[in-house]
Design a protein around this ligand. Structure first.
Ligand SMILES: [Ca+2]
Ligand SMILES: [Ca+2]
Length: 160
């Protein structure tokens, strides 16, 4: 979150290069006090705004394109947090507590961009090469050719 421009940015974890940027949220000189969470499907949740009349809760795709947003007065009181089963909880003032059900992750969407395409095979190969636990597609604790077959099967089955 960039305070001077009120935008959310996604950075490359290795280079720090800006990969995506949101449109400005809550434009103006409000005390944003932004807080964020992300779910297993790669959605980004941002709460910002500190007065009883201003405060908003945003949901973005992993590439920071907006999905929805909702007014939550004094949302700076509590940060969004994701609990068991993907339940996201956000709190404003008093009894203003809300819970949302986040999307289930789609295993075949390896890079979490919401699309299922050739990039996800590249993503899987990279994770496999790095020994990432994600690449243990069949969950047998070993990374081998069977996991590639498993990934192909899950890819072919698609996402819910
Ligand atoms: Ca993808
Ligand atoms: Ca395996």
């Amino acid at each position: 979150m960039i305070k001077s421009t009120n935008v959310v940015q996604r950075l490359d974890p290795e280079t720090g290069a800006i990969l995506n940027s949101s449109a400005p949220i809550l434009p103006g000189s409000l005390s944003l006090i932004p807080r964020m969470a992300s779910d297993a499907a790669g959605h980004v949740y941002v709460s910002a705004g500190s007065s009883t009349s201003n405060g908003r809760f945003y949901c973005f795709n992993a590439d920071l394109t907006p999905i929805w947003d909702v007014v939550v007065p004094s949302v700076n009181i509590g940060a969004p947090c994701i609990g068991q089963g993907g339940i996201l909880v956000i709190a404003g003032v008093g009894t203003n507590v809300r819970a949302y059900k986040t999307s289930a992750p789609c295993y075949a969407d390896c890079n979490g961009d919401g699309a299922r395409n050739l990039s996800d095979f590249g993503c899987f190969q990279t994770k496999f090469a790095l020994g990432d636990p994600y690449a243990d597609c069949n969950g047998d604790g070993v990374l081998n050719l069977s996991d590639f077959g498993c990934f192909q099967t899950k890819f072919a089955l698609g996402c819910p």
